[in-house]
Design a protein around this ligand. Structure first.
Ligand SMILES: *Cc1c(COP(=O)(O)O)cnc(C)c1O
Length: 371
C-alpha cells in the first residue's frame, strides 16, 4: 500500500533526535513560554527572513491573531472586507469570519489554482482592508502587480503560508525572499501533515511589524504582556515547549525534504502521460514551489481515485467542497464560482512525501498511465 503521506516513516528518520528533544523537555519540567519556544522562534526568523516570529497553537490561530491584532490597533473593524481566494482550505475563511470581518471571494487562475491577481483590483471597495493570498499546494502566489495594488489602496497583505514554508519569490532584480516574509504578516502552520510538521498542533505568526508582533504575542497569551495585567480580551493560543523542541529538529531537514518533494514532482511531471489527466503547471523558478501537494485534474476524478485505490495507492482530495458551498456559510451557497467549483470537482492529490521510495513513485506513474 502506497500511503498518501506516510508520517510514521517521515518522522522515523529523525526518531532518535525527536526522542532526545522530548526527553530534554520532560527532564527540564518547563512546558510553556520557555527557552525551546524562544529558540524555535529565532530559528524560524533566520529561516524565513522575517524580523519576528510569534509561536502559537496552530495555523488557523496564527491567521485569527493577525486579524485580531489589526482590529485591536484600530486599522480594521467589524464588517471590513478582506479579499481572499475562493479556492482555499476553509481555515483561511474561518480566520476572517471569526473576527466578524467579511471575506470577499475571488476566483483562482485555472493554471496556478491560486488567487487570480488580475481580478483583485475590481473588488476593492472603501471597506477593503487587506488581501489574504494563499500559497496553495506549496506554490507561491505573489507578483509585483499584486504588491502595487496593495500599496495603491493602502491594504495589508496577510499571507496564508500554511502550505508553502520554504518557497521563494524571485524579484526582477534577481533577489529572492521566502514566503512568510513577503507581506505585512503571515500565518504559518506546523500541522503534522504540513511540510514542516510538528507532532501535534502548532503554528506561528511571522511579521516585520513591531507593534503587530507585540499585539499578537499578548493576544495569544490571554491579552497580557505582563502577568496578571491584561491589555486585550485575549485568548490562549500558545505553542508547547515540546512541539517547539520537535520543530527545531525538523526545521534542519526542511530544505532537504522540500528538495525530495521537488524531485518527486519532477518525476511525475515528466513521466505521467495520460490524455485524461491534466498535470499541474509549474512556476518559472522551481524553488517557488515546495510541492506540499501534487494535485492532478481529470473529469473522471472519482473513477481515477477508485482505480488507484484498487491498485493500493492512496490519494486524497484537496478539497472536495469549496468554502462557499459549506453548510456553515449557507448565505453563500447560491453564489457561483465556476473555476473554484471545477477545481474542487476535478482535483486529486497523488502520494507525496519525503519518505517515498523511487519504486513507489514509479508505481504511481505506471498505474496512472494505464488508467
Ligand atoms: C492547514 C491550513 C491552515 C490551518 O492550519 P492549522 O495548523 O491546521 O490550523 C490554514 N490555511 C491553509 C491553506 C491550510 O492548509
Amino acid at each position: 500500500m502506497i500511503k498518501f503521506l506516510d508520517l510514521q516513516k517521515t518522522n522515523a528518520r529523525y526518531s532518535a533526535e525527536l526522542k532526545q528533544a522530548a526527553a530534554e523537555v520532560i527532564d527540564r519540567g518547563w512546558f510553556l513560554l520557555g527557552e525551546r519556544v524562544k529558540t524555535f522562534e529565532q530559528q524560524f526568523c533566520d529561516y524565513t527572513g522575517a524580523k519576528y516570529t510569534v509561536a502559537c497553537a496552530n495555523g488557523l490561530d496564527a491567521l485569527r491573531l493577525i486579524l485580531r491584532a489589526y482590529i485591536e490597533s484600530g486599522f480594521m473593524q467589524a464588517n471590513d472586507e478582506i479579499i481572499v481566494p475562493a479556492n482555499t482550505y476553509i481555515a483561511t475563511i474561518l480566520a476572517i469570519t471569526d473576527n466578524h470581518l467579511k471575506p470577499v471571494l475571488v476566483e483562482p487562475d485555472i493554471q496556478t489554482y491560486n488567487l487570480d491577481i488580475s481580478q483583485v483590483e475590481q473588488v476593492v471597495t472603501s471597506k477593503t482592508k487587506a488581501i489574504m493570498p494563499v500559497h496553495l499546494y506549496g506554490r507561491i502566489c505573489w507578483s509585483a502587480e499584486f504588491e502595487a495594488i496593495a500599496r495603491k489602496y493602502g491594504l495589508k497583505i496577510v499571507e496564508d503560508n500554511a502550505q508553502a514554508i520554504g518557497a521563494y519569490h524571485f524579484y526582477d532584480d534577481g533577489t529572492r525572499k521566502r514566503t512568510g516574509n513577503l507581506g505585512d504578516a503571515a500565518g504559518n502552520s506546523f500541522y503534522p501533515g504540513k511540510n514542516l510538521g510538528a507532532l501535534g498542533d502548532s503554528g506561528a505568526v511571522t511579521t516585520g511589524d513591531d507593534s503587530l508582533a507585540e499585539a499578537v504575542r499578548a493576544i495569544a497569551n490571554y491579552g497580557s504582556h505582563q502577568k496578571y495585567v491584561n491589555k486585550y480580551q485575549g485568548l490562549n493560543s500558545r505553542m508547547d515547549e515540546i512541539q517547539a523542541a520537535f520543530l527545531s529538529v525538523k526545521l534542519k531537514y526542511l530544505d532537504d525534504e522540500n528538495e525530495i518533494r521537488r524531485k518527486i514532482a519532477a518525476f511525475y511531471l515528466e513521466n505521467i502521460k495520460n490524455e485524461k489527466i491534466i498535470l499541474p503547471q509549474q512556476p518559472e523558478h522551481a524553488e517557488s514551489h515546495v510541492q506540499h501537494l501534487f494535485a492532478v485534474r481529470t473529469k473522471e476524478r472519482d473513477k481515477l481515485q477508485t482505480y488507484l485505490a484498487q491498485n493500493d495507492i492512496q490519494t486524497l482530495i484537496h478539497y472536495p467542497i469549496p468554502p462557499h458551498k459549506q453548510e456553515c456559510y449557507a448565505e453563500w451557497n447560491r453564489l457561483s464560482f465556476p473555476i473554484t467549483e471545477q477545481i474542487h470537482n476535478e482535483v486529486l492529490s497523488l502520494p507525496m512525501s519525503p519518505a517515498m521510495t523511487e519504486a513507489e513513485v514509479e508505481k504511481v506513474v505506471r498505474i496512472i498511465n494505464t488508467f
